[in-house]
Design a protein around this ligand. Sequence first.
Ligand code: PSU
Ligand code: MN
Length: 302
Amino acid sequence: MSTPSITDEVRSALAENRPVVALESTILSHGLPPGRNREVAERLEGVVRAAGAVPATIAVLGGVPKIGLTSTELDYVCDPANDLVKLSRRDLGAAYALKRDGATTVASTAALAAAAGIGVFATGGLGGVHRGARETWDVSADLDVLATTPVLVVCSGVKSILDMGATLELLETRSVPVLGFGTDRFPAFYRRESEFDVPWRVDSVADAAAVVAAHRTVPGSAGVLLANPIPVEFEMAADLHERLLTEGLELLRERDVHGKEVTPVLLEHFHTASGGVSLDANEALVVSNASLAALVAVELAA
Ligand code: PSU
Ligand code: MN
């Protein structure tokens, strides 16, 4: 058992029931290129504060789970020279015992946030069922953790590199409500809409918060997904998106990429092959999600 280290700012906000928003670190160390990741980390914390909540970026450093990172710690997490391990929830015990540095995924961030008493978490895209999962069994632990952890995850849906239909079916099976924020369609990360409908639409922060609060009273309930489409001006053109997707999936086959490497390799392909378009898109959507998460957290704390 490793006792989490919680920054004073986050600790006092939690003690006083003020709104806190958890942020993950895998997107920083494995999802965005060096330099850019540090800028995004700063912007995410900035928009959370601007909306009236306290940001808590989560990572594991020297085997200690950190709830809230100092500026120096953010530098450390964003520096590729430090070679942080990608930690899903199952990896946390090993990282604690072996005193490793690691970045937390949606699964591990949600678990650590909930244990610290943080109920709202913002990210870019949720992990899900991978294409070809019927053979590979590659289904992100993110889904399982959401099904058992009482936390609201604000994201822009899942990337089209995943099997979106299967991901939504699994969320239904595991009783995770999916709310579309101002939309009837499940968002597809770089694109505002997929071909799939969301079961519930909410059109205001107040309604989103009310659903989360009510869901928490349902017996056996756990996580909620609030799906927020990418801001219109950053949506990727359909033809570019189609090309990157086809190339990316081909690249995985060629290089025989498996398991936890799949998501980082695909993201890196999107970023290099789109000449930065996907990076701007990724930054815009995660910033928008952090801001929305903070507004919902403020409403929930009121
Ligand atoms: N979506 C992104 N960027 C990311 C990830 C998802 O747009 O960096 C990360 C998240 O941390 C998510 C993880 O939890 O990828 C899912 O990885 P896997 O499919 O290996 O479970
Ligand atoms: Mn996987």
